[in-house]
Design a protein around this ligand. Structure first.
Ligand code: HEM
Length: 414
């Protein structure tokens, strides 16, 4: 149980949400609670990172804005960084930053490529891969859970789904790490841009190969799909491959790491899971809520809109804070309690409405596979060193988690 510290309304302007350093230096639970109760539609002032933007903190408002894809659009950016820097270069090409009819049509192509048969195959590999990774660290006893286990699972999953050859996967993982957030606070935006371009070039070449010789994978599906008799553009193919890798890797990884960290902090909850007092499914949902790996997403208002007495003008950036909505006491009883048995648990971790996460099923499979294997092979989980947090104004979580696993009586080795 965490108790949010008191945060005065007159101090709300002292927190700069656009600065990644804020998330290291502040415990924001009190700040969010004050916003939710006193300023649910808050105008964040201009900062060195860019112009002012609206901050939406209540669960109900976040859901309503997500639902209204006509009034609040994504094509001008859906992350603070792009919203404050004049838009997203992938606008109209990548699903998450495309609106309206084109969004619906391309989403349909991707949903078709995520067929139940394909998802079953990928889920099977997730379970096998996770079992092997967990068994190997339990045998060793101690490990860095982030770099020895979690780092290997989501990337393998997405690469299986996309059809990325084994030999290219390490390179992609490295690029992906520098493209989105960073363990390194000194990494520049140029480094990030370069990594992103390299990923795009890689997919462009692979799509070309698959157009000639299609396989049963998402790259081939995108490269050969047609809408109204016309193929997708080169940019749509490449940016949508990229969006799966960038959307599916770090988010799932941070969820798994955050879940294990929470077990070290709340051993009673680990015990409840281990003994079967709570189900793996219920625990998975609470981990997703508790960790909330994507702190926010955003939209731009298309029309003037009045919300809770504040005028949001057409063209204004509006940010929707999962890290507040998932702890809104109007929706979640005792929200600062890590409670694996929480029910209902309608967290907003995967968003809502027309852009609801396409990878939610796979992310859940990954976390559930981890929990199932931990329950089977581990009796105790203890922290054995210093936790390292990532540096980002978008993602929240841990990139270094030294832990000791004590094997269960049932553990038979690798
Ligand atoms: C715990 C892990 C994950 C979290 C927290 C997460 C979160 C989200 C959220 C909040 C959105 C909505 C964005 C918006 O409304 O602007 C989203 C969209 C999306 N996610 Fe995920 N995601 C996760 C895993 C995955 C995985 C594994 C994949 C790929 C297999 C994926 C692919 C996508 C795609 C393609 C979209 C865009 C959908 C659209 O615009 O229609 N995500 N995700």
């Amino acid at each position: 149980m965490k108790t949010p510290t008191r945060f005065l309304a007159e101090d709300l302007g002292t927190v700069n949400l656009a600065d990644p350093a804020t998330y290291h230096s502040h415990d924001l639970a009190g700040y969010w609670r004050t916003l939710r109760t006193e300023r649910p539609v808050f105008r964040h002032s201009e900062s060195p990172q860019g112009p002012p933007f609206w901050v939406i903190s209540r669960y109900a408002d976040v859901m309503n804005i997500y639902r209204d894809g006509d009034r609040f659009v994504s094509a001008k950016g859906n992350l603070l960084t792009t919203l404050l820097n004049g838009g997203d270069s992938a606008a109209g090409k990548m699903l998450a930053v495309t609106d309206g009819t084109r969004h619906r049509e391309v989403r349909k192509v991707l949903l078709k490529a995520f067929s139940p048969k394909k998802l079953d195959q990928v889920a099977d590999r997730v379970r096998r891969n996770t079992r092997a990774r967990v068994a190997s660290v339990v045998e060793r006893g101690s490990c860095d859970f982030a770099s020895d286990v979690a780092v290997h699972i989501p990337m393998t999953t997405i690469c299986d789904l996309l059809g990325v050859p084994e030999e290219d996967r390490d390179m992609l993982l490295k690029l992906n790490k520098s493209a989105l957030s960073s363990d390194d606070p000194d990494a520049t935006e140029d480094d990030e841009r370069m990594a992103r371009n390299q990923i795009l070039m890689y997919f462009s070449e692979l799509a070309e190969e698959r157009r000639e010789d299609p396989q049963d994978d998402v790259i081939s599906a995108l490269a050969t799909a047609t809408i109204d008799g016309k193929e997708l553009t080169e940019d749509e193919i490449v940016f949508n491959c990229y969006s799966l890798i960038i959307g599916g890797d770090e988010t799932s990884r941070l969820s798994m790491i955050g879940g294990v960290q929470a077990f070290t902090e709340f051993p009673d909850q680990w015990e409840a899971l281990r003994t079967g007092a709570v189900s793996v499914e219920s625990a998975t949902e609470e981990i997703l809520r508790w960790v909330t790996p994507t702190m926010h997403f955003g939209r731009v208002a298309r029309y003037d809109t009045v919300l809770h007495g504040e005028l949001i003008k057409a063209g204004d950036p509006v940010t929707l804070w999962h890290s507040s909505a998932n702890f809104d006491e109007e929706t979640f009883g005792d929200p600062y309690r890590f409670d694996l048995a929480r029910t209902p648990n309608k967290h907003v971790t995967f968003g809502y409405g027309p852009h609801f996460c396409l990878g939610a099923y796979l992310a859940r499979v990954e976390i559930a596979a981890l929990l199932t294997n931990l329950v089977e092979m581990v009796s105790r989980i203890d922290l054995s060193g210093e936790v390292v947090r990532i540096h980002s104004n978008f993602l929240s979580g841990i990139s270094g988690l030294p832990v000791m696993f004590t094997p269960s009586g049932a553990f038979r080795g690798v």
